[in-house]
Design a protein around this ligand. Structure first.
Ligand SMILES: Nc1ncnc2c1ncn2[C@@H]1O[C@H](COP(=O)(O)OP(=O)(O)O)[C@@H](O)[C@H]1O
Ligand SMILES: [Mg+2]
Length: 235
């Protein structure tokens, strides 16, 4: 086998996400979730097909899309030699958020995720949960319409996971569309209006958690996945 064997990370998928919904993408490692995110957030170009985000085409209007979205990548990108506040200011400045509004938002969000007493600390010394809480608010400093969180709760303690769920609910109530990936099935079940199930680069199913469970006569999404793919889901 050639070392240059091509992998099709995402294979011919098509779906719509509605304004204001909490949309979950679930599936095991390698399913293609992050690659799909990277395409939707204008970081990589699909080899074929088209994507519109907030009504804009990723090909022609990537700039406009970037203004409308807030992104937390799977490998988050905090600067460890900057303080929590400086990390947030960096994001705010990237998006040209006026100083006064930015300062207000930073104080508000730091408090919301219980980091207000750590605002002047370098993030290099933060725990995983603290980094993640900071990451999820760093994506909203410019008040985006659409939020992308790639595995926001993976590997976190139950308390931090719960804090992030609460935040998801809050943003959604404010009218923001939230798109996130997870491999915690019960999390998707609990939080999402609709769930896309991915496996091996393909979209296996997309519906409300209720309908997905009903369709495959299952009591949880874990069973739905097994029913649809014949495989166990594992990390
Ligand atoms: N930068 C990359 N170079 C080569 N292959 C990649 C790269 N990123 C992802 N892949 C491959 O693409 C497929 C989908 O990966 P990914 O989108 O990261 O899945 P998920 O986020 O669902 O775990 C996997 O087979 C993975 O190995
Ligand atoms: Mg991923």
């Amino acid at each position: 086998m050639s070392r240059r064997t091509k992998i099709t990370a995402v294979d011919n998928i098509s779906f719509d996400i509605y304004r204001g919904e909490i949309f979950g993408m679930i599936g095991p490692n390698g399913a293609g979730k992050s690659t799909t995110f990277a395409m939707m957030t204008t970081l990589i170009k699909p080899t074929s097909g088209s994507i519109k985000v907030a009504g804009f085409d990723i090909e022609n209007d990537a700039e406009k899309i970037r203004e409308k979205i807030g992104v937390v990548p799977q490998q988050h990108s905090l600067y460890s030699d900057l303080t929590a506040r400086e990390n947030l200011e960096l994001m705010g400045n990237l998006y040209d958020v006026p100083k006064k509004i930015m300062d207000e938002r930073i104080d508000y969000y730091l408090k919301l995720v219980n980091l207000e007493t750590h605002s002047e600390r370098y993030t290099g010394g933060f725990s995983g949960g603290m980094k993640q809480r900071l990451s999820v608010i760093s994506a909203v400093i410019h008040d985006p319409e659409i939020i992308f969180w790639d595995e926001p709760t993976t590997g976190l303690d139950p308390q931090t996971r719960q804090a992030i769920w609460k935040l998801a609910g809050k943003f959604n109530k404010e009218g923001k569309t939230l798109i996130f990936t997870t491999h915690y099935m019960e999390e998707a079940d609990k939080l999402c209006d609709r769930v896309a199930i991915m496996n091996s680069g393909k979209l296996v199913a997309l519906d409300t958690p209720e309908n997905l469970k009903k369709m495959s006569n299952s009591t949880n999404l874990e069973e739905v996945f097994i029913h649809l793919t014949g495989e166990e889901i594992r990390d």
